[in-house]
Design a protein. Structure first.
Length: 511
């Protein structure tokens, strides 16, 4: 018999679906429920590699952590990675299967994937007591309903009850709840069990009359009112709403251990991917992280980071157009610290041969590192482990570019000293490994090197544990659900499905 489940939909993008899903997952697992997350289709440049070598959205990896289970490709069977305004790479069951325009995807390919995503969901429901599913955007996107596989399409196909989340901090939440419901067909409305208010500030008693009126006009209850809390966002999906320190802790940032702070400037390159890499730096007391797009903003930085990108050649062009490339080269010549991660590593090299991503062939890099990059059609997807700066380091690789190093020092090696990845020349480092800065010992060793090169009396805090901060964050999400949602009613919804006899609210979906 399949396990229970619920689909967490939203009135808009960024209504809080990912956070609510993670919170429900953490609340359930603390009750002894075996639970898994699921998102049929995700559009994101922030991705993760599972242990079996599958690429999924980072939000689903974080939700799996909330469930205290290993993430798998079943939890996010379709991942779309934008490569520009009109096209995306389609990743199916963790592996890239090609590039498609938005018209090509929504025009036929998407609907053909419904059977695949329903099969993945059924496998999870067969293995877990409950599966908490996340929708995308809004279920009332009536122009896309015919081919939908992530909102009401999956709810109808799997007979999942639907909980609609609204961000009251934006205003208009009652109209959004009512309008979302009223634009769904009769069959879709039968599965919408009720609502959940997110990011409420103030006295809940002042909101209660409105919740009563909402129930009167829709016949549906509100399952909870979650208060506004800083620092509760999990890894972003498809925007650069970077919360930095708030992404890993809600409390005030501790003062520096040493006499100085360390300033980190992250170049906000186009199609930036896995910018969550710098969250671990922002978690360190005394490290100030900001995103920049002008060369003068690098002047007072102790470390410049060039992050990953889905468009390496486009990022290189952007750096040159903005004058950032010249400033980065000058920094490197002056022995001032620079770190390139994945695509950021590739732009630091001598040249790039790209007949895959940009299809621009030979392109000169910044020439700081003795590295030559050739783009392969097959994507590298691994979870490596090594040593760097005398410390164990773990990471994950997601890239088409294959680097050949002709000099410099190895950055990351195996336990016998053989090079595994990356390159270092002076105070410029490059690596393909995402997530390496989450290794606490390595991060502290790297920051000590940066501080010494920058002449800063900065000392990394000895007790900072990035994994522990993530766990604290997930527990706070679980606390929100436990303390501010009607958990008895929520469990009945997950276990038994949407209530029978819910009224239809006209006009319904347009014909």
């Amino acid at each position: 018999m399949s396990g229970g489940g619920v689909l967490v939909a939203g009135t808009t993008s960024d209504a809080g679906k990912s956070v609510v899903t993670a919170g429900i997952c953490r609340w359930l697992v603390r009750q002894g429920v075996k639970v898994a997350p699921f998102k049929a289709q995700n559009m994101s440049l922030n991705s993760f590699v599972t242990r079996e070598g599958a690429e999924i959205g980072r939000a689903q990896a974080m939700q799996a952590q909330a469930c205290r289970v290993e993430p798998t490709a079943l939890m996010n069977p379709v991942l779309l990675k934008p490569g520009g305004e009109q096209s995306s790479q389609v990743v199916l069951l963790g592996k890239p299967v090609g590039e498609l325009s938005a018209r090509g995807y929504h025009g036929g390919r998407q609907q053909k994937l419904l059977g695949t995503v329903l099969d993945c969901l059924e496998q999870l429901r067969g293995a877990y007591d409950a599966v908490i599913c996340e929708g995308a955007g809004s279920p009332a996107e009536i122009n896309l309903r015919r081919t939908d596989i992530v909102n009401m399409g999956i709810a109808r196909g799997a007979r999942l009850p639907v909980l609609v989340v609204g961000d009251i901090d934006r205003g208009g939440v009652f109209a959004s709840f009512f309008g979302t419901l009223a634009l769904l067909s009769r069959e879709d409305q039968e599965l919408v069990a009720g609502f959940l208010v997110n990011k409420f500030r103030g006295d809940v008693s002042l909101l209660e009359p409105g919740l009563g009126m909402l129930r009167d006009v829709t016949g549906r209850r509100t399952y909870g009112v979650l208060p506004f809390r800083n620092g509760l966002g999990i890894d972003e999906e498809d925007g650069m709403g970077v919360s930095l320190r708030g992404a890993v802790r809600e409390s005030a940032v501790a003062p520096p251990v040493g006499e100085d702070v360390l300033r980190v400037a992250v170049c906000a390159v186009p199609l930036m991917s896995n910018f969550t890499d710098v969250d671990a730096l922002a978690a360190e007391p005394g490290v100030v992280v900001r995103f920049v797009d002008r060369p003068e903003e690098l002047a007072d930085a102790d470390l410049v980071v060039i992050p990953g990108t889905r468009g390496t050649v486009r990022a290189l062009e952007w750096l040159r157009e903005r004058g950032l490339a010249e400033a980065i080269v000058r920094r490197a010549c002056e022995e001032r610290p620079v770190l390139g991660i994945c695509g950021g590593f590739q732009v630091l090299g001598e040249h790039i041969e790209d007949d895959v991503e940009s299809r621009k062939g030979h392109v000169d890099g910044l020439g700081i590192l003795p590295v030559r990059v050739r783009f392969a059609r097959e994507k590298t997807l691994t979870r490596p482990v090594g040593e760097a700066l005398g410390e164990r380091v773990e990471g994950y690789e997601i890239h088409h570019g294959v680097a050949r190093t002709d000099g410099g020092e190895a950055f990351i090696s195996d336990d016998k000293g053989h090079s595994l990845d990356g390159c270092r020349v002076g105070q410029t480092w490059g690596t393909h490994w995402h997530g390496s800065l989450e290794s606490d010992g390595f991060r502290r060793a790297f920051l000590r090197e940066v501080a010494a090169a920058a002449g800063r009396r900065f000392v990394p805090a000895p007790g900072t544990s990035f994994a522990a901060l993530r766990e604290e964050q997930l527990d706070r999400l679980g606390d929100l659900i436990e303390q501010h949602a009607d958990t008895d009613a929520l469990w009945r919804l997950i276990e038994s499905g949407a209530p029978q006899g819910l009224p239809f609210i006209p006009p319904g979906a347009p014909a």
